[in-house]
Design a protein around this ligand. Structure first.
Ligand code: SF4
Length: 292
């Protein structure tokens, strides 16, 4: 079984930079991380083990961190939330990715232009909550099926930074179709690392029988990579680590592609690759003809 790695995969600069900040903090016990720094359970466990308090994402809204310092994750927060934390006396350590900031600026610009802002993304995701948190008039759109005729003369569209371009295009087309008389403004906010990883998987899918995607189950961009295989009708497997790979699953494949989401550490990708090599070697051994 041949294993082909995607040309672009794994951690993006936004996640690497945020993790770099945590490594430089000498007294982790004085810091609460405002949600999961990255959507990768192993990384979150390591941060907790170092002494950081990690707030659960479902509880972070209106939460009062017990520490004096609060770290904002790469996913960003709304200005309202930032103000709330500062007014309670917290010192903020901000690791918001610059490309998330760019998406916030785009959404605010559209709002200032008088648009109803349509945010293409996953409802309830922390980045989307941050993006919409300062907007008076906005709506989150997850799929083309949710699109409707909007009761606003001007529509502004932005995307969660990790949205799959194909999904975004479908939704934008549907918005235009159902709102032919509206003034529509679109600002491109899908981040470059997401675009590169999606393009790499699309080119890989034509060359492999199946795809293995490595990343946290709550990671939006990891799920989007698996979604590409699903849309192409290719078998796919989403794993968080090497222990989840079962040799039987690979029995019928001659080639397997490997990719990983933007929050997956390099060593986890390496461990999955190594396990795939071991499975491939075992398959080859099984296929050897019996010695005479
Ligand atoms: S996925 Fe994109 S937006 Fe998110 S942290 Fe990485 S580079 Fe930034």
């Amino acid at each position: 079984m041949k294993i082909i790695r995607a040309e672009a995969m794994g951690m993006c600069f936004g996640v690497r930079d945020a993790l770099g900040v945590t490594r430089r903090i000498a007294d982790p016990a004085s810091v609460t991380i405002h949600g999961e720094l990255v959507h990768n359970p192993r990384v979150v466990r390591e941060l907790s083990a170092r002494g950081f308090t990690v707030l659960d994402e479902t509880e972070r809204r209106d939460a009062t961190p017990a520490t004096s310092r609060v770290m904002i994750t790469a996913h960003g927060i709304s200005e309202r939330e930032r103000k709330r934390l500062e007014e309670r006396g917290h010192e903020l350590i901000d690791t918001t990715c610059p490309l998330v900031r760019r998406a916030h600026a785009a959404a605010c610009k559209l709002a200032r232009m008088g648009c109803l802002v349509l945010v293409i993304g996953r409802r309830g995701h922390v980045e989307v909550e941050g993006l919409t948190g300062d907007l008076e008039q906005c709506e989150v759109v997850q799929s083309a099926a949710e699109v409707r005729a909007y009761d606003a003369p001007r529509l502004g569209i932005v995307c969660q930074t990790t949205t799959a371009p194909a999904v975004a295009n479908q939704i934008v087309d549907r918005i235009k179709e159902l709102n032919p008389d509206r003034e529509i403004h679109l600002i491109a906010t899908i981040c470059r690392p997401t675009l590169d990883r999606q393009a790499a998987v699309r080119s890989l899918l034509g060359r492999v029988d199946a795809l293995v995607v490595v990343g946290g189950r709550r990671s939006n961009n990891t799920r989007q990579l698996a979604g590409l295989a699903e849309a192409a009708g290719k078998p796919w497997l989403h794993v968080e680590g090497p222990d989840e790979l079962q040799p039987e699953w690979f029995a019928d494949f001659e080639s397997v592609g490997l990719t990983a989401g933007t929050s997956t550490p390099d060593d986890v990708i390496g461990a999955v690759h190594q396990r795939l090599r071991a499975i491939a070697a075992a398959h080859e051994k099984d296929q050897l003809p019996e010695a005479m």
